[in-house]
Design a protein around this ligand. Sequence first.
Ligand code: ADE
Ligand code: ZN
Length: 328
Amino acid sequence: MTVSQMPKVELHLHHEGAAPPEFIRMLAAEKKVDISGIFDERGGYKYKDFWDFLKVYEVATSVLQTPEDFARLTAAVLEESAAAGVIYSETFLSPDFCGGRDIGAWREYLAAIREAADAAEAAHGIVLRGIVTCIRHFGLEMARETALCAADTAGDWIVGFGLAGDERAGLPKDFAWSFDCAREAGLRLTAHSGEWGGAESVRAALDDLGVERIGHGVQAIDDLALVDRIAEDGIVLEVCPGSNVVLGVYPDWRSHPIHQLRERGVKVTVSTDDPPFFHTTMVNEYNRLSEAFDWDEGVFNEIAHTSLGAAFCNDVTKATLKKRLETT
Ligand code: ADE
Ligand code: ZN
C-alpha cells in the first residue's frame, strides 16, 4: 500500500477553510455577491500573509449564509477528504458563521451539517465529528456566547471546544471562562497555540485553559523543557505542516520541527488546516513528510493510531474506526 492509499485520521480541519474556491465562487454567483478580489488569476485564494488570510477567510465565509449552504459545504468537504483516504475527521465549526451565535439558529445549522455528514458517511464511509470553536480576534464576549452554543449542543456529535484565529489577540487566560463552560458541558478541549506565538503561548494554553490537545504547538520546539512536559503529559499536537510552510512559519518542509518533536517523544498528528487555501490534501501532507523525513508506512500507521487515540469521539466510534485502521 502506498502512503496515499493508507486510511487517515484528521483532527484539525476548519470547516469553512476547507471550502474549495470553486464552491465559494458558485455560492457568490448564486447570491450575486462580488468577492472576486479574494481570488488570484488561476482561481485560487489570494492573500499576502496569515493576517490577510484571516480576512480573505472571512470574506469567503460571508457567502455561506444558510443551513443549506453549510450542508452543501459539508458534502463537498467530506467528498474531498474521503478521496484522500480520511476515514475520520474532526472539523472546527464556529457559531459566529452559523447564525451569529444565536442558539436557535446554531441548532438549525448544526442539524443541516449533521444530516449532510450522515449522508457522506453512508456514501463514502467517512465519519465526521464537530469541535465548536471561538475566534480569538472576535473577542471575549463572542467567545462566551460561542461557549454557550457549544454547551447547548454538546454530546456524541459535538465533542470538543476550541480556540482559533489571531494568536496575537488576547491571552489564553482571557478565554478561561469559555473553556470552563465547555468543560463543564462534557466537551474535550483544544486550542490553537504556538503557531504564531512562541513556546510561552503553548505553556499558557496548557496552564490556563487545561487543553489536552494543541492546534499546531510547533513553536514549543524552542523550549525543550516544554517539549518534554508535552511528551510526558501525553498532550497531542495537531500539526499542520503544509499550512505552516505555505504561511511562512517555516521556510520549507525539511525545516519543519514535526520530525524533531516526534523523535523527542511528543504525540504528533498530521492535518491539513484549511486545505484549498494551502494547496494541500492529506495525501500531499503524507507525501511531503515522507520525502522530507523519510517517513514510511510504519510511521504513518503509528500516527493514524495516535490520532484516533486522541480523537474526541466516543469509545464505540473509536473501536469501529480502529478495526478499519487495522484491516485496511
Ligand atoms: N482559522 C483558520 N485557519 C487558521 C489557522 N491556521 N490559525 C488560526 N486560525 C485559523
Ligand atoms: Zn487551524
